[in-house]
Design a protein around this ligand. Structure first.
Ligand code: NAD
Length: 453
């Protein structure tokens, strides 16, 4: 069944129907209209699945996608232009350029934590690059998944965009097909399965994974702002954000001051929402139970309230956590924030390096030298200086991880590049034919060496 789906889409791309910029812009416009028309249904569905409230859901689920669509429509003609590049003297007479072509039928596998954004944001790139797409949303947010399927069904023909709902088995069956590109967002464990499956058909792929993203608060940081921005970045969406600060490393000289401010900001931003039932839920019991275990991994400095029935854990700050505690062995992905102190920058660097490459890194410092120290000496996907999360919403920045936190990147032009195969082209002159390459012997040997060295 999936073979037919994929083949029909491949034929559609190979027919040339998706080639022109006007067709691509039309599809992006349709996508924008679809989201506008179905906005209420989508927001209601994500509320049912995760108790996400309208304002937050709009900002974090749809805002980015609208922005990506507008940016792609405005930039598409420029992106599609052949890119002229230089030609070395060894190729005298010829011109070189890069042509972008669609891959064909793209498989997009999405997670549950931002189920709307992480389905449609990759789709923007896929359509902008002239591909067709099969989308597999997460089964853990079933209302959103079926709202996405209904919206897409009402808008796009199957040969261009289609949604297949289902769980891991469905995803694996889809991955058995030789799609032309795989775009996966999800966990490291499943990312490895996807990569193995991609290897079977040598399918190019992007993996958007997760990891333990640190926030480093240095002695010279503006502590109040750092605390506010960390509290917001961590506890929004109940910490179920791939780039949420996973833990904080704070200079021991400002630890007390920072902690007070962090507690105050987290409390004032989220305590009412926890009490009045408008705080985002943990996605399911399995994740709730995993997070509940972490509450015992340190001393609770804020929060610590929980209800399994409501799948709710209040924004919680933990201190006195051991580095080898279970909470530090994997991405937390929930509203629990462990705080550690450090004495020297070298110690902070060592701590971050002792864990796999994170998806994001946040440095809070007023000194350029300190900012550079952490951003240049540490390896990570992307990040912010004096903020959290906001880099994800800038379409001019590539977004992705490195190694264990992901392979490849997208957003804005990077999405277009990701979903396009780039053909390196050499256009040779026929006005003359440089004889050198056909020659043998001493003189030719010398001349060839001169040209290349
Ligand atoms: P997940 O890996 O469990 O599931 C993601 C998708 O993969 C779902 O659609 C699921 O049905 C599918 N899937 C599950 N098992 C599969 C299998 N065996 N073969 C093929 N597909 C399978 O991830 P999740 O729990 O939905 O999402 C949370 C994870 O995603 C976190 O680790 C988070 O950091 C990461 N994430 C990363 C980004 C990013 O942009 N880098 C964004 C959001 C979430």
């Amino acid at each position: 069944m999936y073979e037919t789906l994929k083949s029909v889409q491949q034929e559609y791309v190979f027919s040339g129907a998706t080639k022109s910029s006007s067709f691509r812009k039309q599809q992006l416009t349709k996508l924008r209209e679809m989201l506008t028309q179905h906005e209420d249904d989508l927001l209601k569905a994500v509320n049912k699945d995760l108790n996400k409230q309208k304002t937050e859901a709009f900002m974090t689920e749809l805002g980015n996608v609208y922005q990506e669509i507008s940016h792609a429509i405005d930039s598409l003609d420029e992106w599609m232009e052949p890119i002229k590049v230089k030609t070395p003297v060894s190729h005298t007479g010829s011109k070189s350029y890069i042509l972008s072509e669609p891959y064909g039928s793209v498989l997009i596998i999405a997670p549950w934590n931002y189920p709307i954004q992480l389905t449609f944001s990759p789709l923007v790139g896929a359509l902008a690059a002239g591909n067709c797409a099969v989308i597999k949303p997460s089964e853990l947010t079933p209302h959103t998944s079926s709202a996405i399927a209904a919206a897409v069904r009402a808008t796009f023909p199957q040969e261009l965009v289609t949604v297949v709902e289902g769980d891991a088995k469905t995803a694996e069956a889809l991955l058995d097909q030789p799609f032309d590109y795989i775009f996966f967002t999800g966990s490291v464990a499943v990312g490895k399965i996807v990569m193995r499956k991609a290897a079977e058909h040598l399918t190019p792929h992007t993996l958007e994974l997760g990891g333990k993203s640190p926030a480093i608060v240095t002695e010279d940081a503006k502590l109040d702002l750092a605390a506010k921005r960390i509290a917001w970045g961590k506890f929004t969406n109940a910490g179920q954000t791939c780039i949420a600060p996973d833990y904080v490393l704070v200079d021991e000289n400002v630890y007390k001051k920072f902690m007070k401010k962090l507690q105050d900001h987290a409390y004032s931003m989220f305590s009412d929402r926890t009490k009045n039932g408008t705080y985002t839920q943990i996605v399911n019991e399995k994740h709730y139970d995993r997070l509940y275990q972490y509450l015992g991994n340190g001393s609770v400095a804020l929060g610590g309230q929980y209800s399994r029935e409501d799948r709710l854990i209040s924004p919680t700050i933990l201190t006195d956590v051991e580095w080898d505690a279970p909470i530090m062995q994997e991405e937390i992905f929930g509203p629990i924030l462990p705080i550690f102190t450090y004495k020297t920058s070298a110690e902070a660097l060592m701590r971050v390096r002792s864990l796999p490459n994170p998806l994001a890194l946040y440095v809070f410092s007023e000194k350029e030298q300190t900012q550079q120290l952490f951003t240049e000496q540490l390896s990570f996907g992307g990040g912010c200086i004096n903020d959290t999360i906001m880099h994800v919403a800038n379409p001019y920045l590539p977004f992705g991880g490195k190694g264990p936190s992901g392979i490849g990147a997208y957003h804005g032009y990077e999405s277009f590049r990701t979903f396009s195969h780039q053909k390196g082209m050499l256009k040779q002159t026929t006005k003359f034919d440089m004889p050198l390459r056909y020659k043998q012997g001493k003189l030719a040997n010398k001349m060839i060496r001169n040209v290349f060295k």
